[in-house]
Design a protein around this ligand. Structure first.
Ligand code: KG4
Ligand code: ZN
Length: 346
């Protein structure tokens, strides 16, 4: 446990470029943000309705050094003031990952600093214990064992975290990730990319009980499936094909969002109970969803750790945070380390 274990002080420069955000941050002791700079490409990809890998890679090349420079400047530091460079190795888009990893390697060679390769999903997990930018105090340290629900654009999985850096994967999605389902359903409803925030916005003005969409519980497993739900939304949309002006977008968005939240909350709470977890952790881009955050806060009998909104979607603060715990545990990468686009947590 963080409060009981003694961790040495260290300042980590983090670099993240796994998808469509180029980000750099300096974090002290795994939890204190000294600077965070993120260049988002969302507007560039919105015209394609999703992330266009080649465009993402080129844009990372253009921005990565400027973003790193700015993060050091905002922390009033030069490279000689940090103890290690942490960078996302995977999972993610190969062409995007390689830009951040090569930048990190170049800086590590030039400065002689150790290089720490980080799993992007582990970054999302450690985002929960970063001090939010507007707050004076650190959030309370985690209590293990902890049941983590990771929900992002590429992942939906339940992990039991038994200690720092120790994960036992209980199950995951058999088809779409939760964020992917939000993005695809948004497209069906004619809402802009990224789909998650668009659906959340539309759902505010909708009735979640208008459509009774299926909740796939996959009893007896800790797996998820969202393809049936997606198909049910598609069928509901098709029923309006002769009357598209009257498509009840807000009600469809609200009914879909409620179905996703019901499944995620109830399966996570059941797993937490089954494994005797002391706390729950919600992380990944979809953890920004207000209905999901509210669902957990309302129904969980045990403490729920949820990252500050500013840390939910991809950022380098979380990579520096996870990198710190790797670094102090002695996990330093070789300079010939390669990107791992399909890296898993456990
Ligand atoms: O973690 P993340 O930034 O990137 C990945 O590692 O995949 O997650 C991106 C995903 C997208 O699918 C996006 O639609 C979803 O997170 N997302 C949301 C919300 N904000 C972002 N989903 C639901 N509600 C939100 N408010
Ligand atoms: Zn992510």
């Amino acid at each position: 446990m963080m409060d009981e274990q003694i961790f040495p002080p260290a300042r980590i420069l983090g670099i993240e470029s796994s998808c469509d955000e180029t980000s750099a941050a300096v974090i002290a002791n795994g939890r204190e943000p000294l600077s965070i700079v993120t260049a988002t490409q969302i507007e560039m990809h919105a015209q394609f309705g999703g992330v266009f890998p080649e465009v993402a890679s080129r844009q990372h090349i253009k921005t990565v050094y400027g973003v790193i420079e700015q993060a050091l400047q905002q922390a009033h530091m030069s490279l000689s003031d940090v103890d290690a460079i942490a960078v996302t190795l995977g999972p993610g888009l190969a062409g995007s990952l390689v830009v951040g990893v090569n930048a990190a390697k170049g800086l590590a060679v030039a400065s002689g600093l150790p290089l720490v390769g980080v799993n992007h999903l582990e970054g999302h997990i450690y985002s929960a214990w970063l001090r939010p930018p507007e707050m004076a105090d650190l959030p309370p340290a985690p209590q293990f064992p902890l049941l983590a629900l990771l929900v992002s654009g590429g992942h939906t999985e339940l992990n039991l975290i038994t200690n720092h850096l120790e994960y036992q994967r209980l199950g995951g999605t058999l088809d779409d990730a939760a964020g992917e389902a939000f993005d695809k359903v948004a497209r069906l409803l004619g809402l802009p990319y990224p789909g998650g925030p668009s659906i959340q916005e539309a759902a505010k003005n909708g009735n979640p009980r208008t459509f009774q969409f299926p909740r796939s519980m996959l009893e007896g497993t800790w797996n998820f499936s969202f393809s049936g739900l997606k198909t049910a939304v598609l069928r509901a949309v098709q029923n309006f094909k002769n009357d598209p002006e009257n498509l009840p977008v807000n009600d469809l968005a609200a009914s879909f969002q409620t179905a996703v939240v019901d499944v995620l909350v109830s399966k996570t709470l059941a797993a937490a109970k089954a494994y005797g977890a002391k706390e729950i952790l919600l992380a990944g881009g979809v953890s920004a969803n207000a209905a999901l955050r509210e669902g957990f806060r309302k129904h969980s009998p045990i403490k729920v750790n949820i990252p500050d909104l500013s840390y939910c979607t991809d950022n380098a603060a979380m990579i520096a945070a996870a990198g710190y715990f790797r670094f102090v545990a002695g996990h330093v990468s070789d300079l010939d380390v390669d990107v791992l686009p399909n890296l898993s947590l456990s």
